[in-house]
Design a binder for this molecule. Structure first.
Ligand code: DAT
Length: 173
């Protein structure tokens, strides 16, 4: 069945600004903010807590089964630091947020992440791991890289994504 509303993934290294973008986008577009971290925790799609990394060990099959019926209907802004898990046929736009290492370092320090986790996330950002993952998993024309260094970036990015969502809805009436 064709979707009446698009599904958008907002991805990027932890700390790039996914949640900040998704919350505003959801408010302005009426699409639902789907925080995968929260879903993993609330629905128990995990195999326990990793004390070293301070994060849940995600059970990807359970997660996919749990969200499939919802996402397939359309209208979701999917907020997660990975994206290749979601089948191509479910996804209409992939936003990869990027930020400078100094910004990211400060933001992750503020979160009191363990040093090892800060370093790994900095490496991930510098190597553009999630951008490559997105480009490798979805058609190139639906993957957009946007900078998220300051609040002006957030505003400009949100406006651009809103425009895109509007035109998708026009085309798919
Ligand atoms: P994520 O969901 O990707 O982990 P977040 O939205 O929680 O990131 O942002 C982490 C912190 O950084 C939070 O305190 C808000 C701040 N931040 C994110 N993007 C920003 C931007 N473009 N300008 C200023 N602050 C930003």
């Amino acid at each position: 069945m064709a979707r009446k509303k698009p599904n958008v993934i907002v991805t990027g290294t932890p700390g790039v600004g996914k949640t900040s973008h998704c919350e505003i986008l959801s408010e302005r577009t009426g699409l639902k903010h789907f925080s995968i971290n929260q879903i993993v925790k609330e629905r128990g799609c995990h195999e326990g807590w990793d004390e070293e990394y301070k994060s849940w060990i995600v059970n990807e099959d359970e997660l996919l089964d749990s969200v499939e019926d919802e996402i397939k209907t359309g209208g979701y802004i999917i907020d997660w630091h990975a994206c290749e898990l979601f089948p191509k046929s479910w996804i209409d736009l992939v936003i990869v947020l990027r930020t400078d290492s100094t910004n990211l370092y400060d933001r992750l320090q503020n979160r009191h992440y363990p040093e090892k986790k800060v370093q790994e996330n900095l490496d991930c950002e510098i190597m553009a791991v999630l951008l490559e993952e997105a480009r490798g998993s979805y058609d190139e024309q639906i993957v957009i890289e946007l900078q998220s260094n300051d609040v002006d970036d957030i505003e400009a990015n949100v406006e651009r994504i809103e425009e895109w969502i509007k035109s998708w809805r026009e085309k798919n009436k």
